[in-house]
Design a binder for this molecule. Structure first.
Ligand SMILES: [Zn+2]
Length: 435
């Protein structure tokens, strides 16, 4: 479909009916992007004041919390004062959901993918949803992408017939073609490639590993994927390693942009045309317990969230705030995302904790795909889809390389397989600990 038809006659009217005023928020964010840091600060400060006022008056969970901690409204005047409020974790939401909801607000239910645990099911009110969408399209516009532009989507896929129909309708109305991460065989990837040649997507959007596997599948089949003439590829949902970024860029001949976001809060960080990750003005990011390099736990305060409010919410990711300026001139501060999530590490017999990213770096040149399982403290089973030459000599070398980090007592066994499934969400998890 013509992108402007999708934008003006489908997207905006549907959002308006749902009560999600994306258009005015988009205008607001467009203005903000060109303002000074001082104006941005005032804008966010005002939003924070409204949020705290709101939760104090309408959200029983916070009313009680403030009472218990003897916090009065006047105690939270700025972002620094926020530190008086304890961080919010997923279990707080699960255990207090009915006290976090404002029943007078319209909302839709959402669920996280649950890749690293059980999914979190929570409501999102219309205003917060509309701001999330507006922020997304504002950020996409940095790379020439507009609402309604043709998108190739690399994501999970509905399983139930009714959900499948809804998904198909939504994809059709929003000008998207989807490749299910559940079915990424070379044959399916080739079929999807031919579909895209006709569809001519302006951009790709999806999980890092699904897009990466699509690139590898086309490369294996000696396809010149630059023929697709894709303008930009937006990767999200998983850690984007440099080697993956380089491979995707090489195969499709276009820029790869990293998006950092959560289902709960929408986009948090987004790379601009200079490759720097800016923090979105719709959230306030804090870093707590930083290590010696400045990387610490990320806390998000979503400034427009009402039902449910996210104040100092722990995302489970690690990041760092940067003090550098970006040549793009946007007033939004910069951040960097750490390659390891807080809980994804390998426990070693020698007592060490090693981020699972070591696995990705060790195997990247030798396997098409891998998934490691730690079944015992001293046993790591690694399923691999090997590239050519994955002989026992190479396996021995890889074990030695890994043992340098994991210790000599760690037993490592390779199992060659022809298929490794993605998670039910469509994300790919390359390390699973059973400890
Ligand atoms: Zn920038």
């Amino acid at each position: 479909m013509n992108p402007s038809i999708v934008k003006n006659f489908i997207y905006f009217p549907i959002q308006a009916i749902r009560g999600e005023k994306v258009k005015p928020y988009l205008n607001e964010l467009e203005v903000l992007e060109k303002c000074t840091k001082e104006i941005l600060f005032k804008y966010q400060q005002e939003k924070l004041k409204q949020l705290i006022n709101y939760v104090y008056n309408y959200i029983p969970y916070y009313k009680k919390k403030f009472q218990k901690l003897k916090i009065s409204l006047s105690d939270i005047k700025n972002f620094k004062d926020l530190a008086q409020i304890p961080p919010l974790v997923k279990d707080d939401i699960r255990n207090n959901l009915k006290y976090l909801i404002n029943p007078t607000l319209k909302h839709s239910w959402r669920s996280t993918s649950g890749t690293t645990g059980s999914p979190l099911i929570f409501p999102k009110d219309r205003i917060a949803t509309a701001y999330m969408d507006a922020m997304m399209y504002e950020a996409y516009s940095w790379h020439g992408i507009d609402i309604g532009d043709k998108q190739a989507r690399f994501w999970g896929s509905a399983v139930k017939p009714k959900d499948k129909i809804m998904q198909w309708i939504k994809d059709f109305l929003l000008n998207r073609k989807r490749l299910s991460a559940f079915n990424m065989s070379d044959k399916e990837c080739l079929k999807f490639y031919h579909k895209l040649l006709k569809f001519k997507p302006k951009y790709f959007y999806g999980y890092v590993n699904a897009i990466y596997q699509f690139a590898l599948a086309l490369e294996r089949q000696k396809i010149d994927a630059t023929e697709l003439k894709v303008q930009v590829i937006i990767c999200t949902g998983e850690i984007l390693f440099n080697y993956q970024r380089e491979k995707i860029q090489e195969v499709f001949g276009c820029k790869v942009v990293n998006e950092y976001g959560t289902t709960e809060n929408g986009i948090i960080g987004f790379e601009c045309e200079y490759g720097n990750m800016h923090i979105m003005p719709t959230v306030y990011v804090e870093i707590i317990n930083p290590d010696k390099n400045g990387f610490g736990e990320i806390l998000i305060t979503e400034l427009n969230s009402r039902s449910i409010p996210f104040i100092r919410y722990k995302t489970g990711d690690k990041g760092k705030l940067l003090n550098t300026e970006c040549p793009c001139g946007r007033p939004y501060p910069l951040m960097e995302i750490h390659e390891g999530r807080i809980h994804d590490y390998i426990r070693c017999p020698n007592g060490r904790l090693v981020y699972d990213t070591i696995l990705a770096y060790t195997f990247k040149d030798y396997v098409w795909q891998f998934k490691a399982y730690q079944e015992k403290i001293d046993y790591l089973k690694v399923e691999v889809i090997p590239k050519e030459g994955f002989a026992s000599e190479l396996q021995g070398k890889l074990k030695i390389r890994l043992q340098k980090y994991l210790g000599q007592q760690m037993n490592i066994k390779f199992i060659q397989v022809s298929h490794i499934p993605f998670e039910p969400s469509g994300k790919f998890r390359y390390f699973v600990s059973h400890l």
